[in-house]
Design a protein around this ligand. Structure first.
Ligand code: ADP
Length: 350
């Protein structure tokens, strides 16, 4: 059984369906990121799973036990879920130990104290027990919040933009150590974020959400490389669009013919390619014969602008055939001149 299983979850505010028939399952030790633009219903979903809001329809199971359906509503504190939100909301009048031990009220003092000590070790804050929140850095507060959430050994951890209050320099390190700890404890994690980079870094699975629905779910590699539609592609990076008209099962473009079955004759077809997946043929420099197209498609373009960004160069092109404007992101070792004519390649597997 999955640690967390959500089926057919729906929530309306007035006439508006903010969460619409949403389903997902998360196994022990698995991190799923609910990713989507602001306002698409991520936090509402999380609040319903936490038990602080009720759905209009749907079932939530934790370790196979129904905690929410049209008859059952287990209160938040009895769902075995840990919560971590952006504003860590540590209790300012309690010490670090008081904060971490807050959810251990039912435990005898000695066991609770041992558990607090163990967790402070795990989040790398030994010796911090007697300090107060205002004496800690943002990163340290975040680790205390994590320890507090994990102290009662929740089966499911719900995190809403938990790292967005931290400065960039700290963030990656804290993300990684948080991930290690969550994996170690076997908690099922549902993490809400609107940042693709964060989702790619943290997730075993990304559930891409739009208008209250999950539009695509899968490993970061698969979602990035095989997006469900144009909007799913554009959520992760800039995209190039090459246009053509469908003729039978084919679409004619400046890059030659693409196999595009399933479109009506005469339908407008858009071929979407990420800048990172557009290659420049270096050695021909536009002068030689057209490149080998057995493994891809090629078109000639004129460089309109090229910028060096360090790791990569962004090269903008205008296609000779029809003036389409495209951008290629190529390794930063390469920076062509504006005005150069070059072959652009799309590898067949892209
Ligand atoms: P996200 O977390 O993806 O940014 P939210 O789940 O917070 O999105 O909100 C989704 C939509 O539902 C937003 O348009 C928000 O204004 C609306 N909404 C959230 N909570 C309420 C509420 N209690 N009453 C009315 N509308 C709400």
């Amino acid at each position: 059984t999955p640690r967390l299983e959500v089926a057919g979850l729906s929530r309306r505010f007035g006439a508006r369906a903010v969460v619409a028939d949403l389903s997902l399952a998360i196994a022990a030790g698995q991190v799923t990121c609910l990713l989507g633009p602001s306002g698409c219903g991520k936090s509402t979903t999380l609040r319903i799973i936490a038990g602080v809001d009720r759905p209009d329809a749907g079932t939530i199971r934790i370790d196979g036990r129904v905690v929410c359906d049209d008859r059952v509503a287990v209160p938040p504190e009895r769902r075995s879920v840990g919560l971590m939100f952006q504003d860590f909301a540590l209790f300012p009048h309690l010490t670090v130990a008081g904060n971490v031990g807050f959810g251990l009220a039912g435990m005898d003092r000695q066991t609770a104290a041992a558990r607090v000590g163990e967790l402070l070790e795990r989040v790398n804050l030994p010796g911090f027990a007697a300090k107060y929140p205002h004496e800690l850095s943002g990163g340290e507060q975040q680790r205390v919040a994590l320890a507090r959430a994990l102290a009662p050994r929740p089966r499911v951890m719900l995190m809403d933009e938990p790292f967005s209050g931290l400065d960039n320099r700290l963030r990656d390190g804290i993300r990684d150590s948080t991930l290690d700890l969550l994996k170690e404890t076997g908690t099922a994690v549902l993490l809400v974020t609107h940042e693709p980079d964060e989702a790619m870094r943290m997730a075993d699975e990304i559930a891409l959400m739009r208008d209250g629905r999950i539009v695509q779910q899968g490993a970061p590699y698969n979602i990035y490389n095989a997006p469900a539609d144009r909007a799913a592609a554009a959520f992760f990076s800039d995209i190039n669009v090459i246009r053509g008209i469908s003729r039978g099962a084919l679409t004619e473009t400046p890059f030659g013919v693409f196999l595009t079955p399933g479109h009506a004759d005469g339908a407008a077809v858009e071929i979407v390619i990420r800048p990172q997946h557009l290659k420049i043929e270096l050695d021909r420099n536009g002068r030689g014969p057209s490149p080998d197209t057995r493994n891809g498609a090629a078109a000639r373009g004129i460089v309109t602008r090229a910028r060096f960004l360090g790791r990569e160069s962004l090269v903008e092109f205008r296609l000779e055939a029809d003036g389409t404007r495209l951008t290629a992101a190529v390794p930063g070792v390469f920076l062509p001149r504006a005005g150069a004519a070059l072959w652009l390649m799309i590898r067949r597997d892209r």
